[in-house]
Write a protein that binds this ligand. Structure first.
Ligand code: SF4
Ligand code: SF4
Length: 349
């Protein structure tokens, strides 16, 4: 596994990391143990998690209790004030079965209001500095989807790392954020490097996971790309892409971006942020994928009827609380789209 320096921390981390969202739904703890062990055995050292990812930290902790020294362990707090952030930190350490973190990130700071809350008096950053002083946290980072807030974080000089999205479908972070991070020696972790796999489901789009990885890895500003891992193949594919890395030509890049654009901007990226607060446990990303694919490939709607019939609960369980829409970083009209899929497919097997 190739290593890269994580910005000003000077720590060498694997250029492929393990993102903790996709293992949230798994109830098979033997499988999640195997996945995390296989990632570590494959040379993946950077493990990323969040207090907001239900059960994910606990799943990592089961393995890390015996392999902590092999990992660069990162997690996040969605607490905005000092006290809540401290509470999250204590819960994270317990679930991760460790007494310290390599990196603690302020999670999803994507608006000026949130910025003011975490950076102001008694904000979450205060907890981070106290935890650093006590030796519980080594480095402090920030994650988010707003270019403006990411640039603000870099300019502030307060953060050792940022975590942002960059892939064939979301590449505007590459224009200003990545160069600026490099100029200030801020470490850069990339979320959604393969955009949740949306490019690979259709042969018409013709993008390979390997090329999508190379698009991310060729940026020298990137310290680590976080693979969304839910099966062994995700690990092996990412490791193989790192090993086979070749820079893309300008023509190749342009061609890949045009192919990715085929799906449009307004598609679900399968990031999973919407799942965690759904009181009805609806598999929102799966139903959103049916919606998005049905829109691009309308002749496929009959086939989706069978898939939709196997989903439990279905979209009509939605109570329209809109927690999912608040959590969606891409502002997708989830409730409306779930209702549309249900209307179109319920009972059509
Ligand atoms: S609006 Fe519906 S789908 Fe969204 S979180 Fe609430 S119940 Fe779940
Ligand atoms: S609906 Fe939004 S939050 Fe949910 S998986 Fe898709 S892009 Fe992510």
């Amino acid at each position: 596994m190739k290593l890269r320096t994580l910005g000003r921390t000077d720590v060498q981390v694997s250029e492929i990391g393990f993102g903790g969202i996709p293992i949230i739904p798994s109830e098979d703890l033997d499988l999640t143990d195997e996945l995390i062990n296989h990632a570590l055995d494959s040379g993946i050292t950077y493990l990323d998690n969040a207090r907001a990812y239900p059960t994910s930290e606990m799943k990592f902790g089961r393995v890390l209790k015996d392999r902590r020294d092999e990992a660069f362990l990162a997690t996040k707090t969605h607490g905005r004030d000092r006290d809540t952030a401290w509470q999250h930190l204590e819960e994270s350490l317990k679930d991760l079965q460790t007494d310290s973190l390599d990196l603690w990130q302020l999670h999803d700071i994507s608006t000026a209001d949130l910025w003011d809350q975490v950076m102001g008096p008694s904000g979450a950053l205060e907890a981070a500095r106290e935890a650093q002083d006590q030796g519980i946290v080594k480095y402090v980072g920030l994650s988010g989807h707003s270019i403006e807030m990411l640039l603000r974080a870099i300019d502030s000089g307060e953060f050792d790392t940022i975590l942002c999205a960059y892939n064939l479908g979301i590449h505007d972070t590459g224009d200003e954020v990545l160069p600026k991070a490099a100029a200030s020696n801020t470490g850069v972790a990339i979320m959604k490097p393969l955009s949740g796999g949306i490019f690979f489901r259709r042969e018409e789009i013709d993008i390979s996971p390997e090329k999508a990885w190379h698009f991310v890895l060729e940026r020298p500003e990137v310290s680590v790309g976080l693979a969304g891992i839910k099966c062994m193949r995700d690990i092996d594919q990412a490791v193989a892409a790192s090993e086979s890395f070749q820079p893309l030509s300008d023509d190749e890049k342009q061609d890949l971006i045009e192919k990715a654009n085929y799906l449009g901007d307004d598609v679900c990226r399968n990031c999973g942020y919407c799942i965690k607060d759904c009181p009805q446990n609806i598999d929102i990303p799966r139903i959103m994928r049916i919606h998005d694919e049905g829109r691009v490939f309308p002749y496929e709607w009959p086939r989706f009827g069978k898939e939709y019939a196997s989903i439990e609960p279905q979209a009509d369980a939605c109570v329209e609380c809109r927690n999912c829409e608040e959590a969606c970083p891409f502002d997708l009209p989830i409730v409306e789209r779930l209702a549309m899929v249900h209307k179109r497919l319920a009972g059509r097997v």
